[in-house]
Write a protein that binds this ligand. Structure first.
Ligand SMILES: Cc1cc2nc3c(=O)[nH]c(=O)nc-3n(C[C@H](O)[C@H](O)[C@H](O)COP(=O)(O)OP(=O)(O)OC[C@H]3O[C@@H](n4cnc5c(N)ncnc54)[C@H](O)[C@@H]3O)c2cc1C
Length: 251
């Protein structure tokens, strides 16, 4: 890697790699641990492909208990952890570190609940942004924040990056459409912020988490609000004498 000063890898962690990999296999049995260079190559970069780095090991948990145990294990041994959703970040947020466990959330890929009367979807963090709209569109609903990467990016990654797209001019970013999350702290503690309604009392910790780029914890469940699709949508071609008048029309 060149051009980017990365933190110096911890020699003790590198030396204990085999032991750490073996322990990860105990916590996440089956095919949830990837440790060969060839297989880890798929995870060496995110959307910022100028930078590449193989992680210490790739771990793909399937349950919240596994996420909690991985984080607790790493916390107790001072091992770095980089969470990853779909790896479409353009800012290197999911870029691995040589001495870090790359915690990939893509197996958390289920919609957990849809509540049409209250316009709410509860999803695991690895569900794609578009996957939420796909789950509700037959009932005439959609999820408004629409990053251009929506076919691939995960809702957990959207929370971590506070993502948005063209709909955000009217409906806001992820922060304005996420109602609650379940997350795991680095010490393994599982907690819930927000819920199925707007504006919980107390400090806006959900707001702190939204856009925190995986630095404060790992999101394991996301509750979002969905909107009713407009009954019709038509493209219009309108001429304006000045740009200002065009802008006022949009406003
Ligand atoms: C072609 C293209 C177009 C794009 N267009 C847009 C756009 O229009 N608008 C926009 O906002 N962005 C856009 N992006 C950027 C990117 O898609 C978004 O930032 C997206 O939200 C990242 O989601 P992801 O699942 O890929 O996350 P990743 O890239 O895997 O991770 C991004 C960050 O989130 C953290 N993270 C991921 N999952 C979790 C989790 N479960 N818990 C805690 N932290 C987590 C990671 O540690 C990292 O810091 C685009 C990217 C591409 C490649």
């Amino acid at each position: 890697m060149s051009g980017l000063a990365m933190p110096k890898p911890d020699a003790e962690t590198l030396r204990r790699r085999a032991e750490i990999v073996a322990d990860m296999r105990i916590i996440v049995p089956g095919e949830g641990v990837v440790d060969t260079a060839n297989e880890m190559r798929a995870f060496e970069s995110d959307g910022l492909t100028a930078y590449r780095q193989l992680p210490l090991v790739v771990v793909l948990p399937e349950t919240v208990a596994q996420v909690s145990r991985v984080l607790k294990y790493c916390n107790e041994r001072n091992i770095r952890v980089v969470p990853r959703g779909s790896g479409t970040s353009l800012s290197g947020g999911a870029l691995p570190l040589e001495d870090a466990v790359l915690l990939v959330m893509s197996r958390f890929n289920r919609i957990l609940g849809i509540d049409y009367p209250n316009r709410i979807v509860v999803a695991q963090p690895g569900v794609t942004n578009l996957g939420i709209t796909t789950a509700v569109e037959q009932e005439g609903f959609y999820y408004a924040p629409d990053p251009s990467s929506q076919i691939a990016c995960s809702i957990g990654g959207n929370v971590a990056e506070n993502s948005g797209g063209v709909h955000c001019l009217k409906y806001g970013l992820t922060a304005n459409n996420v109602l609650g999350i379940e997350m795991v702290l680095m010490n393994g503690e599982v907690l819930r912020l927000g819920g199925s309604h707007l504006d919980q009392e107390g400090y806006d910790l959900l707001g702190v988490m939204t856009g925190s780029e995986g630095l404060l914890g790992v999101v394991t469940e996301v509750t979002v609000r969905i909107l009713k699709k407009p009954e019709t949508a038509r493209a219009l071609l309108i001429g304006f004498p000045t740009s200002e008048q065009g802008g006022q029309c949009v406003a």
